[in-house]
Design a protein around this ligand. Structure first.
Ligand SMILES: [Zn+2]
Length: 423
């Protein structure tokens, strides 16, 4: 592999993926704006013109911000890599690490490099997130978070990220340096164990740091949900209501936890909007994902892809061209493992972008299967009315650009979903 060839491939992939994203978003904006004037015939009786237009304006506003962010992020990525940003940061952190005791220099420098890189990345993302939350979400009446809560969330997130992230990062960096040529196999094992552990502790340890969870108090709804779960052969470790309304008006329901007994979490915003039979139908859809083993399959796929990723990284980290081709001068007398990790995380998604439509396709297929399950175990009509309410409540557009939806949508467009439920 020659550095020039890698630079060229990377630049081409970045240009192509940016161009495709730009083209798709422009299509989406044009399509939604063109259909703003009229509610599609299939929804004429159930969606008002005002709601339809709000959804169109919301979609366009978010897509426009997305276009700006797209250009910005492409520039940042280019800045880190081919324009030498990461190389410069690396030199600076390496110098600063000379102040550490000799035993700590190698690991201290590497952890410092990743930490500073992640901090800068978060700072660069911050204005976009602030604008999205306090301008767009606010303007459309969805934002419920205050600046104070936002800052508290950000600091807590940073702290949790550091507490969880730094030890596993240190372990992986240590394995990269000490475990020999098959280090990537060990690192993969450590990474998988870490992910499983996070999945196990997330519902009881991490999620409660950000939200309050209370047992579902509505006894009628509780009985209804328990009947559904018995009918579907599911055990649950409890039904909980989460105060999602603290931050956003968007509603949701999810499962969390691991093994045969899971907790079911309803956003309070969801319970406020849907009636009992609609909540049941939404839950039946989620149970459908379990019955069809979508979650397990996704976890297995993640394991397999991570293994391939670590194996690839194991090879790339040995190639000087990998560093040089992405704009970084490798260190001569300090470990290069942190640099390799960062470059891999920067460049990987640029090439990975091209499988987006494939992932979206399989995700939509899973959604159809879960819908069919909900129809069999609960009611298709209730699921339809719940979906329509949630769609309207989230100001999802009913008229997405077909090409955009094929490429990105993890859930089928509302029209297709309702048609399948009614067929
Ligand atoms: Zn689903």
């Amino acid at each position: 592999m020659s550095p020039t060839l890698l630079s060229l491939a990377f630049a081409l992939a970045l240009a192509a993926s940016t161009f495709i994203q730009f083209w798709l978003s422009s299509r989406q904006i044009r399509h939604v704006a063109a259909h703003r004037g009229q509610v599609p015939a299939a929804f004429a009786g159930s969606v008002t013109l005002a709601a339809h237009q709000k959804a169109a304006d919301y979609t366009v506003a978010r897509s426009r911000l997305g276009l700006l962010a797209l250009a910005f992020n492409a520039a940042v990525l280019l800045g880190w890599t081919l324009l030498g940003g990461l190389s410069a940061l690396n030199g600076w952190v390496l110098d600063a690490s000379q102040a550490l005791p000799a035993d700590w220099q190698g690991m201290g420098y590497q952890l410092g490099l990743v930490a500073v890189f992640v901090l800068i990345g978060s700072l660069l993302d911050l204005p976009w997130d602030l604008w999205s939350t306090f301008r767009i979400e606010q303007a459309f009446g969805f934002n419920r978070t205050t600046l104070k809560l936002y800052v508290a969330d950000a600091l807590k997130g940073l702290l949790v990220g550091a507490l969880l992230g730094l030890p596993i990062l240190a372990l992986i960096l240590w394995l990269m340096g000490a475990a020999g040529p098959r280090w990537w196999l060990w690192a993969w094992g450590a990474w998988m164990a870490f992910n499983l552990a996070v999945m196990v502790i997330y519902p009881t340890v991490i999620a409660p740091l950000f939200n309050k969870f209370e047992p579902l108090a509505d006894t009628l709804l509780k009985e209804r949900v328990e009947r559904l779960m018995a009918r579907c052969g599911f055990a649950s470790k409890g039904l909980f209501v989460m105060d999602g309304s603290r931050r956003s008006a968007h509603g949701n329901a999810y499962f969390s936890g691991f093994g045969p007994a899971k907790r079911v979490v309803f956003f309070d915003t969801l319970l406020a909007k849907l009636n009992g039979s609609e909540v049941e139908a939404v839950l039946a859809h989620e149970l459908g994902h379990f019955k069809h083993r979508h979650i397990t399959k996704r976890i297995v796929l993640m394991f397999a892809l991570s293994l391939a990723g670590f194996a690839l990284l194991g090879w790339l980290a040995q190639q000087p061209a990998f560093y040089l081709g992405l704009g970084v001068q490798p260190n001569l007398d300090a470990p290069n493992d942190a640099l390799a990790l960062l470059l891999f995380m920067l460049a990987g998604p640029v090439f990975g972008f091209f499988v987006t439509p494939l992932a979206s396709h399989f995700s939509r297929r899973d959604e159809f299967q879960a819908d069919a399950y909900a129809r069999a175990k609960s009611s298709g009509a209730d699921l339809s009315s719940a979906l329509l309410k949630l769609h309207e409540d989230n100001a999802g557009t009913l008229t997405p650009d077909p090409v955009y939806a094929r490429f990105y949508y993890s859930h089928p467009p509302a029209a297709e979903r309702l048609a399948a439920l009614a067929s």
